[in-house]
Structures are given as C-alpha cells and as structure tokens.
Design a protein around this ligand. Sequence first.
Ligand code: GFB
Length: 313
Amino acid sequence: MTVPHNARIFVAGHRGLVGSAIVRRLAAGGATQVLTAGREALDLRDQGAVDRWFDVHRPEYVYLVAGTVGGILANSTRPGEFIYDNLMIHATVVEAARRTGTTKLLYLGSSCIYPRLATQPITEDQLLAGPLEPTNEAYAIAKIAGITLCRSYREQYGCNFISAMPTNLYGPGDNFDLDSSHVLPALIRKFDDAARAGRDVVEIWGSGTPRREFLHVDDLADACVFLMDHHDGAEIVNVGTGTDISIGDLATLVGDIVHPGATLRFDPTKPDGTPRKLLDVSRLHALGWQHSIELDDGVRSTYEWYRTHRPTD
Ligand code: GFB
C-alpha cells in the first residue's frame, strides 16, 4: 500500500549517506511530515530515550537506516563499536516501533551479511549458509541480528517490518576520511589530493583484484521508498545494480575522471576483504524496480559534489 503524503515518517539516521538521500527522495515525492532527530537530541542506542521520542512523535512509518558504518579498515580495527552501536540501534528502534504501533518499518542491512565465499551473484537464500568475511564479521553479525529482529517481530507480534540488503553504496554526503571511508570515496579523495599536490602516483589498498558492486545512494533511496510502498513480507530483498567491477578497474575509472594520467600503486599490506560481492537482484526486479544511475555518471556527479564540499586548504 502506498504511504500517504501526510503520513508521519521517521528517518532514523538522517545525517548519514543513506538517511540524507531518503530525506531528499521523500521531499521530492511530496512527503509533508518527515521526522528526524540528530545525535545530540536522541541517542538511538538508549532504549529509554528512543521510547520517549516515539511516545511523543508516534511515527507511522520508519526508515531504520542509522548505524555506525565504515570501510574495510574501520570495520577490522573497531569491531567492538560496530557490533555494539548497531545491535543497540536496531533493537531500540524496532522495539519502540512495535510498542507504539508503527504501521511499517524498513530496516536496512548490508551485503556483508552473506558468506565470504557465497555463490555469485548472491541470492537472498544464502544468508547464514556459510562463514562470514573476517574483516567485517562484527558488523555483519549485528546486521544479521537486525534482520532476525524484524522477522521475529513479524512472526510473534504481526509487525509489518521489512528488510532491504544494499550493495556497496556511494554518492553525495559520503565519508571521505581515508581511515574510515569505503573504497569509492577514498579513491575520489586520493586522486583529487594527488592532482592538487601535483603527484602522479596513487596508492590503492590490497591487490586490486577483489570485485564489488556499487549503487548510487539516490538509487538506493528510491528503492527504499519503492519497497516501503510495494513489499510486505519476511523475505529480505537485495538492492543493487547486478553489475560488478574489480577494484583495479574502479581505480582506473575514478582516475580517468579525477586525475587522468595518474598511475596506480597497489599496497599488498592492506586487506582485500571478501574476493567478490555481487548481489542477485532478480527479486527486486520482479517487484518492479531497477537502478537508473550508471557508475561513471555517478562517480562524475559525486566528484562534483566533493569538489564543492571538500575541506578548504
Ligand atoms: O569499500 P571497502 O572499504 O569495503 O573496500 P568492503 C573494498 C575494497 O577496496 C577492498 C579496496 O578490497 C579494499 O582493500 N581498497 C583499495 C580500498 N583502496 C582502498 C582505499 O583507499 N580505501 C578503502 N576503504 N578500500 C565493507 C565492509 O567491505 O563494505 C562493511 O567492511 C560494509 O562492513 C561495506 O559491508 C559495504 O567492500 O571490503
């Protein structure tokens, strides 16, 4: 059922890459009551605070897209934060939504929930079918707990809580900090830093052979709004483009846009992570949604965004 324009919609995590894109998408679609709460006003890890917020605001629809996130280095060096923050945030919001009778909640997982050596492209039924990738096991277990939370609340309490599993995301508002970012914003920043400093060699972590699938966050936001309108069920739904690229080729693509002529130097002391992560998006396509932003266009527009938002020298 389509969400009415005047419904009270809470976007949990509205300052993040995904949350800010969902707020933009909802506004463009005519939503008139989008509710948000900044970290300083509401600690989503605190059940008492979240309960009080839900009692006051009574959201009818919830996008649960808040969390502590990061790239391969942040995940492997800060696993305690990643598991604690995410477990708590998922649990407090889901429980408050149940208690106050939220009509529908969309929970955002991650493609790292699937086994390290999952069969490619990865179908949704491979969840819990094998060991996880060690560099992000803590985060993945928190994300899997979130899926089970939504399914359990559906089963026991009849809550209409659904789960979407996005592939690697990028876009305006991304984290460009080299210690904690994902690969795509890291590459934009590294090539841009090198171009501005007059350097021609750019360092790429790992071997360059891992393959990843990249989805522009505006496409993800559109898919989330679509699923809120069109998907009711316990089945998780992968969200991606259905196409992947090696990290080496991605680096070349970003380099050609940001700093043509630069050369790549691979650093094998940095982790590769999972060898390949490509989602099977048949379920999403069958529901009636497809992505619209291709990778080279998305990288160009994200670079334009970065140029106007990067820290000043
Ligand atoms: O995006 P990324 O950090 O995360 O790294 P994952 C993807 C690949 O890019 C890895 C390589 O093989 C990295 O070694 N890479 C090359 C770089 N240069 C860089 C660089 O400068 N920075 C970064 N960050 N990577 C994350 C998970 O896995 O994916 C999270 O840790 C989450 O839990 C996220 O699921 C979507 O794709 O390996």
